[in-house]
Design a protein around this ligand. Structure first.
Ligand code: AHR
Length: 502
């Protein structure tokens, strides 16, 4: 198969937002406990943060982390997680049917983020709680001092405010599974009230209102419109969540998942703009894609059955999906979609960071390793800089049962005017055919190829494991050649590639 691509610096989409490379840490399964935090682990520091995991998080290039949930936040009392550790209560986490020891909380999270140069992004509980608790948490986290809760923070060993800018107004409040689930009108009113009061405390916050839990929700579209009718003036972002998986061996549809993601983003942006037009409000609501990934959700439907009602465990092994080559290609493609939509998607969080549907896996007391999906994330975060250019792709279509004809090639191009560096991110979604790509980059006047890497394998289902942590890694694409500003590249079937140029 043959495909062509054109990108020109005269056609830009938007700056590359560093917040695109965000992640998500929920108190769920082993994401926090024995993931980021494991006192007594051979690599743990004095605070109990695993050094091997911290090193991988740095390599992954994560810029922001959303915390502490997820469904967990809708039953969470933030006060349980601050103060002397020996006085913190053990509570039941109803969302994941686990025991929460509260040994890791806001101050540990902020300290961990500070050490890694990560921007913390906090969610407030609008499920079992509401306005006053959100204001209390904001005062404790951000007020400089001289008030009851900011002084309490200082007493707890944190005199400096955490200065958290981005706040999520609850989590997936459209989902019937959510503790305190609300209809769109009630949630929109509640979120608007909380947002207005939070802004009275701190004008510079960036507030994210809950959109739909997925484009497949029965209320999708209507939910966004109603919530924004109530909260438009009070918020800055609306959230999107999407998880994809291969169903019934239908690899072609799975590889085409970004067709749905693109449509989802475009639909939410249009819906927000339509509400803005009706309200005569010229402000543009931005999109925070604050949960996205591959998740073999249908395999975990029976979670409740796996965990009997009377079995309450601390940090159980929950949804520890093991990712293969095809999953990494879809993750790389989702990053391409996020970059392509940088004019509207200004923040994103891959869900989650460690152990729970995660790029980083750990063994308690043992090693940490990279899943296949680690690689496209780390390389995209490291290589995308400057501005995203409009990439015009012409490629043959692959028939899919779910999305109809999907172009086999999808790509994004970034260009940093200051340094002259450019990067091409490209997937071949064909299940069995290589593609010869001709990329016309003459407008960028590239001097040479700095590196060309491809993630592919004869077995699209090959995966990494503790025993074989580097079974799947990107390798040099020796076929990359640049002539007169045109880049030629062979893309193996089911592959993700990055080419950097100077
Ligand atoms: O990331 C796992 C879960 O997926 C989150 O808790 C929830 O928000 C979503 O449904």
């Amino acid at each position: 198969l043959h495909a062509s691509l054109t990108a020109d610096p005269a056609q830009t989409v938007a700056p590359v937002h560093r917040r695109t490379f965000g992640s998500f840490v929920e108190h769920m399964g082993r994401c926090v406990y024995t993931g980021l935090y494991e006192p007594g682990h051979p690599t743990a520091d004095a605070d109990g943060f695993r050094g091997d995991v911290a090193d991988l998080v740095r390599e992954l290039g994560v810029t922001t982390v959303r915390y502490p949930g997820g469904n967990f936040v809708s039953g969470y009392r933030w006060e349980d997680g601050v103060g002397p550790k020996d006085r913190r209560p053990v509570r039941r986490d109803l969302a994941w049917h686990s025991l929460e020891t509260n040994q890791f909380g806001l101050n540990e999270f902020a300290t961990w983020c500070g050490r890694l140069g990560i921007e913390p992004m906090m969610a407030v509980n609008l499920g079992s709680r509401g306005l006053q608790e959100a204001l209390d948490l904001l005062e404790y986290a951000n007020h400089p001092g001289g008030t009851h809760l900011s002084d309490l923070r200082a007493e707890h060993g944190h005199p400096d405010p955490h200065d958290i800018r981005m706040w999520c107004l609850g989590n997936e409040m459209d989902g019937p599974w959510q503790i305190g689930h609300l209809d769109a009108r009630s949630y929109g009113r509640k979120a608007a009230q909380v947002a207005r009061a939070m802004r009275m405390a701190d004008r510079d916050l960036e507030l994210v209102v809950c959109g739909s839990s997925g484009s497949g929700m029965a209320t999708f579209g209507a939910w966004e419109a109603t919530v924004l009718e109530e909260a438009y003036d009070a918020v800055d972002h609306i959230s999107l969540h999407a998880y994809y998986e291969e169903h019934d061996g239908d690899l072609a549809s799975f590889l085409g998942s970004v067709a749905d993601m693109d449509h989802f983003i475009d639909s939410v942006a249009s819906t927000a703009d339509a509400v803005g037009a009706r309200l005569r409000d010229t402000k543009r609501i931005q999109l925070s894609f604050d949960e996205w990934n591959v998740w073999y959700l249908s395999r975990h439907r029976a979670l409740a059955e796996v965990q009997p009602a009377d079995d309450w465990r601390t940090a159980p092994r929950v949804i520890e999906d093991r990712y293969n080559v095809a999953d990494a290609v879809v993750v790389g493609n989702m990053l391409i979609s996020l970059l392509r939509h940088s004019d509207r998607v200004t923040a994103a969080s891959q869900a989650q960071l460690a152990n729970v549907i995660a790029p980083i896996m750990t063994e308690p007391g043992g090693p940490a390793w990279r899943q296949t999906i680690f690689h496209p994330f780390a390389l995209t975060a490291a290589s995308a800089s400057g501005r995203v250019l409009r990439a015009e792709v012409a490629a043959p279509l692959q028939d899919t049962a779910r999305y109809g004809g999907v172009p086999v090639v999808d790509a994004a191009v970034t260009h940093d005017e200051a340094t002259g560096a450019a990067a091409l991110f490209v997937v071949n979604r064909s299940v069995d055919q290589p593609v010869a790509l001709d990329a016309d980059l003459r407008g960028l006047a590239p001097a040479g190829v700095t590196s060309a890497l491809t993630l592919a394998d004869a077995d699209a289902y090959a995966a990494n494991s503790m025993a074989d942590p580097d079974r799947v890694t990107p390798s040099p694409n020796k076929d990359a050649r640049l002539e007169g500003g045109r880049l030629g590249l062979t893309l193996p079937p089911v592959s993700w590639s990055v080419v950097t140029l100077s």
